[in-house]
Ligand binder design. Structure first.
Ligand SMILES: *[C@@H]1O[C@H](CO)[C@@H](O)[C@H](O)[C@H]1NC(C)=O
Ligand SMILES: *[C@@H]1O[C@H](CO)[C@@H](O)[C@H](O)[C@H]1NC(C)=O
Ligand SMILES: *[C@@H]1O[C@H](CO)[C@@H](O)[C@H](O)[C@H]1NC(C)=O
Ligand SMILES: *[C@@H]1O[C@H](CO)[C@@H](O)[C@H](O)[C@H]1NC(C)=O
Ligand SMILES: *[C@@H]1O[C@H](CO)[C@@H](O)[C@H](O)[C@H]1NC(C)=O
Ligand SMILES: *[C@@H]1O[C@H](CO)[C@@H](O)[C@H](O)[C@H]1NC(C)=O
Ligand SMILES: *[C@@H]1O[C@H](CO)[C@@H](O)[C@H](O)[C@H]1NC(C)=O
Ligand SMILES: *[C@@H]1O[C@H](CO)[C@@H](O)[C@H](O)[C@H]1NC(C)=O
Ligand SMILES: *[C@@H]1O[C@H](CO)[C@@H](O)[C@H](O)[C@H]1NC(C)=O
Ligand SMILES: *[C@@H]1O[C@H](CO)[C@@H](O)[C@H](O)[C@H]1NC(C)=O
Ligand SMILES: [Cu+2]
Length: 602
């Protein structure tokens, strides 16, 4: 039996939380947390541990740039341009990939550490398909722990059991076993996507890569000359499993214990990467061409502000939806989001700074060794040189929010249907009474999610049908019929959070400060943004709308790896009668049986 982690609080009182500020008891016995504005410097102890580790590995910081040529070492693909000979067509085919997931040493930022990677590559291999193709990926798990791979943004209509979410749509693939993901790319989906491990915080250690879907029907198809990937990520020197234990443990990530309370401060990263490298990544372009740069944030905690000196960026895609072009100097991109921008190489020939600035003001803890300005070089019409170009002079916004909704206007206009159901939920971080107030977990309403790695909710529902009573660590909203849902999330935390809804493209109708007030809070139903990941503002609300016409169990969760692992996840179970008809592969059920046999951890 999973342990219950319910908090017994009236967590609907925003004012209490705002005013009580830091750590202190309110009258319900739950300690509210003020998460921003309490920057603690990582102690010398952590720095010393890192240094000792580095010395133990025989690699001082900065001495590890040399890549070993051994086959048992992570390699980085230096080619970021998509193959111009890839045939974009509406004729579908089946595309096969083999993913060997293993633990392999690597040093993306010059510091060698064990990484978890696909095919010894970091970032993982590009998957490139056309809309309507069938995708087959045989994942072979050579890790010592179980794993799963999630295909971020794929609708998986009828194949929910291929969604790759541990504890929801499958059990972790046991060490030494394999799992074949097989599904059809929705014929109406195109654009920029990605895949990543969806078990605990594993993707933080390197299991992620790009997934590009082409289509002649994409409105921006043919409006650019070259197509390129720009993968942004934050990076840690320690394995995520250790950091997670520290983060959830009573002493907190910096060991300071905050006078008895761990305020849930996330581990700050050690570096930032562009296309898997901290330094040395470069974009060698040709003059007078239009480049589509596909920005993907594959990070764990960090929102990036992306820009290129002297080049205006025309934003044309958000999470697979083509947009009316809008010119910006910088693009804010939070964890798991994607944007395509068109950059024209029509300035003076030479080299320019490409900037991916880590929005560290939104971290709880500062890392004094972190260089938040992640740089790469873009060159055209000249031989590469060190750019001395200037950053845009306009001020950076500081709140870690998305581009203003008014700038995200889908090219294919669509007004959402009227809603027939409203689901309102709060999200918060709370000290759990059970732990004597020393442990902080994340809650959707009163539920802190825990992955059920032996009996995923899809199996519970396919066996029991609509009567399913889920345990207290699962908040599941069941819809027996196709309905139009308004989902309102009230954020009782002072930080913003990037939330992802699996299996859907939702309409983003509105956001604001405080809690949602029916009739007063402003929403727009005129061609609103459609996407799969949005940022919920700190102490604010959002309202999204979606249709429950996709049968399955769909996670809705914060994509900050630490937060999901702390429980910030709920599920939508749509059309149980169809879930019961699913042709779930027998190996999925068998791998769950192996889990219950106590063979595997994680
Ligand atoms: C390297 O990346 C390019 C572009 O993303 C891709 O076409 C090529 O297949 C990749 N090579 C490998 C070995 O993954
Ligand atoms: C495997 O999982 C265990 C338990 O969570 C953890 O202690 C260990 O570090 C994990 N191994 C890797 C390589 O992540
Ligand atoms: C495992 O891989 C083998 C060889 O590629 C394949 O025949 C088999 O179907 C795979 N099993 C699963 C469960 O994916
Ligand atoms: C470069 O291209 C952009 C986008 O098409 C355009 O707005 C700008 O005027 C061009 N600049 C020059 C110097 O041609
Ligand atoms: C978005 O832009 C509109 C129009 O410029 C403005 O009225 C609104 O306040 C902005 N919203 C946010 C959240 O900044
Ligand atoms: C949808 O709601 C609007 C505003 O409440 C109303 O005017 C309209 O008639 C509704 N449309 C349908 C099809 O019910
Ligand atoms: C969350 O709690 C509120 C207040 O108790 C309730 O109205 C709402 O239905 C709950 N949401 C879910 C998804 O259970
Ligand atoms: C959480 O649980 C407590 C006690 O069971 C209840 O009073 C409160 O309304 C619940 N809050 C939500 C948001 O459901
Ligand atoms: C909703 O689904 C239930 C169970 O499948 C069914 O009995 C009921 O008739 C449906 N209601 C509507 C309005 O379609
Ligand atoms: C999923 O497929 C069903 C049946 O073909 C269809 O009615 C529904 O609209 C589809 N949903 C999505 C999200 O594509
Ligand atoms: Cu979060």
């Amino acid at each position: 039996m999973p342990t219950s982690k319910e908090a017994s609080s009236n967590d609907h009182d925003v004012e209490t939380k705002v005013e009580s500020g830091g750590v202190g008891l309110n009258n319900t016995g739950v300690i509210p947390i003020k998460r921003r504005g309490r920057l603690f410097i990582i102690t010398g102890i952590v720095a010393a541990v890192v240094l000792v580790l580095a010395l133990a590995l025989g690699l001082g910081l900065g001495l590890g740039f040399k890549k070993k040529s051994s086959s048992n070492y992570v390699t980085t693909n230096s080619s970021f341009l998509l193959d111009p000979n890839f045939v974009i067509t509406s004729t579908s085919t089946t595309r096969y990939y083999e993913f060997i997931v293993s633990e392999t040493p690597g040093s993306p930022d010059g510091f060698e550490r064990p990484m978890l990677v696909v095919n010894n590559q970091f970032p993982g291999p590009l998957i490139e398909v056309n809309s309507g193709d069938e995708l087959v990926v045989n994942v072979i798990n050579q890790l010592s722990n179980g794993t799963t791979i999630h295909w971020h943004g794929q609708l998986q209509n009828g194949t929910n059991y291929m969604d790759g979410t541990s504890g929801i749509t499958q059990c972790p693939i046991p060490p030494g076993a394999n799992f074949t993901y097989r599904f059809t790319i929705n014929p109406n989906q195109y654009g920029t996507f990605w895949y990543h491990a969806h078990a605990s915080t594993q993707y933080t250690d390197g299991i992620y890569g790009p997934l590009v879907i082409h289509s002649p029907s994409e409105p921006i198809y043919g409006q650019y000359d070259r197509d390129a990937l720009v993968i942004l990520s934050d990076w840690y020197h320690d394995m995520s499993s250790g950091l997670l234990a520290q983060y959830l443990g009573p002493a907190g990530i910096d060991g300071s214990n905050y006078g008895g309370y761990n305020p849930g401060a996330e581990p700050p990263p050690d570096s930032g990467l562009i296309n898997g490298q901290m330094t040395g990544s470069s974009f060698d372009l040709e003059p007078n061409l239009r480049y589509r740069l596909r920005l993907i944030n594959m990070g764990t905690l960090t929102q990036f502000m992306f820009s290129v000196d002297s080049h205006v960026l025309s934003v044309v895609e958000a999470d697979g939806t083509s947009l009316e072009p809008v010119n910006v100097h910088r693009v804010p991109i939070h964890v798991a989001q994607r944007y395509s921008v068109i950059l024209t190489t029509n300035q003076t020939a030479g080299s320019y700074n490409v900037r991916s600035e880590m929005q560290s003001t939104c971290y709880k803890l500062a890392n004094p060794n972190l260089n938040t300005m992640v740089l790469s070089t873009m060159t055209y019409g000249a031989s590469p040189s060190t750019p001395n170009t200037q950053d845009w002079s306009d001020a950076l916004p500081a709140l870690c929010l998305d581009l203003n909704n008014t700038m995200i206007v889908p090219q294919i206009a669509m007004n959402p249907p009227n809603s027939s159901e409203t689901v309102q939920v709060s999200m918060s971080f709370q000290q759990t009474p059970q732990s004597g107030g020393t442990e902080i977990l994340a809650f959707m309403n009163n539920t802190s999610w825990e992955s059920d790695t032996t009996n995923p909710t899809i199996l519970q529902m396919s066996k029991a049908g609509i009567q399913t009573a889920f345990d207290s660590n699962q908040l599941v909203v069941v819809n027996n019929n196709v309905t139009v849902v308004d989902l309102i999330v009230d954020n009782y935390d002072d930080a913003s959070h990037p939330f992802h809804l699996h299996g859907h493209v939702f309409w983003m109708l509105g956001e604001g400060d405080g809690i949602y007030q029916p009739g007063l809070s402003q929403i727009s139903t005129i061609n609103p943004p459609r996407r799969d990941t949005l940022t919920i503002p700190g102490f604010g609300w959002v309202l999204i709308r979606f249709i429950t016409d996709n049968p399955g169990l769909w996670a809705f969760h914060c994509h900050i790896g630490w937060h999901m692992a702390a429980g910030l996840l709920m599920q939508f179970a749509s059309l149980p009668s169809e879930i019961q008809q699913f042709q779930i592969p027998s190996y999925l059920t068998e791998q769950c049986a192996q889990q219950s046999g106590g063979l595997i951890v994680n």
